[in-house]
Design a binder for this molecule. Structure first.
Ligand code: TXA
Ligand code: MG
Length: 353
């Protein structure tokens, strides 16, 4: 068991001496969690294979699922990637720093373990002062998957990181709750047209506007487990975002969803289960369950994205046996929300008219 140092930092004006403590740990091959605008990341020196291996071990992540490499300036992309197409240059100018991860062919400075033996690398420039300061002070690219134990919902606060990883990592930079709440959008530019491998904080609609032609990988909108092309979408086969409770997602028109959620709630409670309902502001008063929580208004999908992972974790703290979750519109940030909910449910989806 390690001693995990927790350093509170000002998210707007990070105290440089605290960032330097964390950066020194990274330089020595240590593992440090830090806030980004999406979720907390678990960082290690991307160019140090031992450090990256320790990172996989700390979060119990399978070695075939590579982390995203975080940079603080665009010139680093040219060191890490061999081919940077003009489309990527445009996207970096428009969307960086921000919640967009781009997949490139990688150069030979990057250790195999960092890219899980693939010939590609996923890179992003985060839009969070603490993350940018940490990369700058460490003076190297930082490999950082989300800072949760593998399979759990991603952490949107330092407390979530602490709950999963206390004693397993060197430090946590606590910069308060994250703003976006779902991870970055992962875009593959090595195919034509470009393809979204994971929906996230940069809406698909914004990419369509910027690129004209862009497609969603079938995984993004899958309603069941699909066969996996590991080289394109290495992380897809692993269990994701799952709270301890069983999750059921109910999708359809709002009135039909409310009816079905009520029916499922009653049947699980009759069987003696402790039932949680994940509702929205418009429907929360319609339910009588053991625990009812609202994600926010159906008219504000950004707030719903912000709350999603925190509420999934809260249901576990309450010890519910089953979480019955309302679907929300799969547009804007709602596409990422629905992708995470469907995966959290293991594709246990009930459709109603
Ligand atoms: O917002 C985020 O992206 C957060 C913060 C910390 O930046 N990070 C994050 O990392 O969500 P992680 O490791 O939990 O998810 C990385 C995703 C996985 O789905 C992984 O399979 C995919 O990126 N990925 C990594 N390298 C890839 C590659 N070479 N080709 C395709 N997908 C890749
Ligand atoms: Mg993750």
């Amino acid at each position: 068991m390690k001693k995990t140092l927790v350093l509170k930092v000002n998210p707007q004006k990070p105290e440089i001496e605290k960032v330097r403590v964390a950066a020194e740990l990274i330089k020595k091959g240590g593992i440090v969690a830090f806030p980004t605008e999406t979720v907390y990341g678990l960082g290690a020196d991307a160019l140090n294979p031992q450090a990256v291996l320790a990172l996989f071990e700390a979060k119990k992540r399978p070695l075939d699922n590579p982390p995203i490499v975080h940079v603080e300036n665009i010139s680093d992309v040219y060191r890490l990637a061999t081919q940077v197409p003009p489309k990527a240059e445009r996207l970096m100018r428009e969307f960086w720093p921000g919640p967009l991860t781009l997949v490139f062919k990688h150069s030979d400075i990057i250790p195999d373990v960092t890219v899980a033996g693939l010939d590609t690398i996923a890179i992003r420039m985060p839009q969070h002062k603490v993350a940018l300061a940490l990369i700058r002070e460490s003076n190297r690219p930082i490999a950082a998957p989300s800072a949760n134990l593998a399979g759990k919902p991603s952490p949107t606060s330092a407390k979530h990181v602490f709950d999963d990883l206390n004693g397993r990592i060197d430090a946590i930079l606590d910069g308060g709750p994250t703003r976006i709440g779902v991870e970055s959008t992962v875009l593959d530019l090595s195919v034509s047209p470009p393809q979204v491998l994971r929906p996230g904080g940069t809406p698909f609609e914004a990419l369509k506007k910027a690129l004209g032609d862009v497609k969603l990988h079938p995984f993004v909108v899958a309603e069941e487990e699909l066969p996996i092309d590991k080289t394109r979408s290495p992380g897809m086969k692993h269990k994701h975002y799952a709270p301890n409770a069983k999750v059921i997602t109910v999708e359809g028109s709002v009135s039909a969803v409310v009816g079905k959620v009520r029916e499922l709630t009653d049947s699980y409670r009759l069987k003696g289960g402790k039932v949680g309902v994940l509702a929205t502001d418009e429907t929360v008063a319609d339910y009588k369950a053991d625990v009812v929580k609202s994600l926010g208004s159906r008219f504000n999908l950004a707030v719903i994205a912000q709350n999603l992972f925190r509420l999934l974790r809260e249901f576990d703290v309450e010890g519910v046996d089953v979480i019955i979750a309302e679907g929300v519109p799969a547009e804007g940030l709602g596409l990422a929300v629905m992708n995470r909910l469907r995966k959290a449910s293991g594709y246990n989806i009930v459709k109603v008219e």
